[in-house]
Ligand binder design. Structure first.
Ligand code: SAM
Ligand code: SF4
Length: 342
């Protein structure tokens, strides 16, 4: 039997001025969350009014326009994507692009709190891999970092996802004086369950309740420390994201490092980000954006939407310039990560 060929795109692929093709769209489906992680949000956040948020139908329209233009991978994020009402109906609708062969991957980044409920349905919609954020395995620290989260619930969610056949990757933000003493345990635990783990540096995004320079742990330092007692070797493993991976001889698992602060990964950037209000950001670390909500709401035809996307991609910046230092304690990007979706 011959495999069905991917549907040819009827409109031109999206290529930016630096010849980078846009094949990956991250969508923040809500700015809300059931956690209040200290590095991400302040305890008392003001969330957006409903009228400003794209409806699930509007998100589908924008996502599908990108798929038509050659985007092969969609990642839903937030806020917490699985707390958006009826989120599974959007995921089910988007999965038609997997069935048609127009898209390779539909995935999400989640805090894991709702996975016990949704894991089976996600697998049924063709989701194969998910990223679960987990910074610590200590219940008290977990409570301190997430303010509102429960470690047991997240661990049960991870079990449910694995039981449903989803491949889970753990994302942990490396936090000085918070989880730096636990990094080895996190590696042992995740690799023991066959899960890769990626460490992320804190990024200066959005006002929070404390100074981020206090918890900033450069991954170059972390990696140097790890190589004192693990045998790490650089590998060419890629998941379409900015992480650089090493293999750990002792566990047979992989560790990823996402180092926006100490290493520039912009030259291979293939992605753009859509917020829940329909703002398209061309770069995580820059304020250049385009308003796709107006384009969607102004006309039933998608022509204006495509023209707005084209114009936006023609402005994609070459790279970002995040800075965290004592002189610049203000965030270099004022929006929170929960708005752009990480
Ligand atoms: N709520 C979901 C979660 O926590 O996985 C998805 C959204 S969250 C904004 C996506 C990722 O961004 C999480 O792994 C989180 O730890 C990370 N994150 C949030 N704020 C950050 C910051 N200021 N610097 C670095 N990573 C951050
Ligand atoms: Fe919520 Fe994720 Fe931000 Fe934590 S990192 S507050 S789980 S959006």
């Amino acid at each position: 039997m011959t495999a069905e060929l991917p549907r040819a795109a009827t409109r031109a692929p999206l290529v930016d001025p630096f010849a980078r093709q846009i094949t990956y769209l991250r969508i923040s489906v809500t700015d809300r969350c059931d956690f209040r992680c200290t590095y991400c949000m302040s305890e008392h956040m003001t969330f957006l009014p409903k009228a400003e948020i794209l409806s699930l139908e509007e998100i589908d329209r924008v996502a599908s326009a990108f798929v038509e233009r050659g985007v092969r991978k969609l990642r839903l994020t937030g806020g917490e994507p699985l707390v958006r009402r009826n989120i599974m109906s959007l995921i089910r609708t988007l999965s038609r692009h997997l069935d048609s062969g127009a898209m390779d991957e539909l995935t999400l980044t989640t805090n894991g709190s709702q996975l016990s409920r949704f894991a089976g349905e996600l697998a049924d919609c063709g989701v194969k891999r998910i990223n679960v954020s987990l910074d610590t395995l200590d219940p008290d620290k977990f409570k301190a970092v997430t303010r509102w989260g429960s470690l047991d619930k997240v661990l049960a969610g991870i079990d449910a996802a694995r039981d449903a056949g989803l491949k889970v990757k753990i994302n942990a933000v490396a936090l000085k004086d918070v989880n730096e003493d636990e990094i080895d345990d996190l590696i042992r635990w995740s690799h023991g369950l066959g899960m890769d783990i990626t460490f992320i540096e804190t990024m200066p995004m959005g006002e929070i309740d404390f100074d981020r320079t206090d918890s900033y742990l450069p991954l170059s330092q972390l990696r140097a420390r790890l190589s004192e007692h693990w045998t790490l070797s650089d590998i060419d493993y890629k998941t379409g994201g900015p992480a650089r991976y090493v293999a750990v001889a002792e566990t047979g698992g992989r560790i990823g490092f996402i180092t926006p602060m100490t290493h520039n990964f912009c030259e291979s950037c293939n992605r753009v980000r859509l917020t829940c209000t329909g703002t398209l950001y061309l770069c995580l670390g820059q304020d250049d954006a385009a308003d796709l909500r107006s384009a969607v709401r102004a006309s039933e035809s998608d022509d204006l939407l495509h023209a707005t996307i084209d114009e936006a991609v023609s402005r994609k910046p070459k790279g970002h310039d995040f800075i965290i230092d004592r002189q610049t304690s203000r965030p270099s990007v004022s929006r929170h990560m929960s708005v752009t979706g990480g």
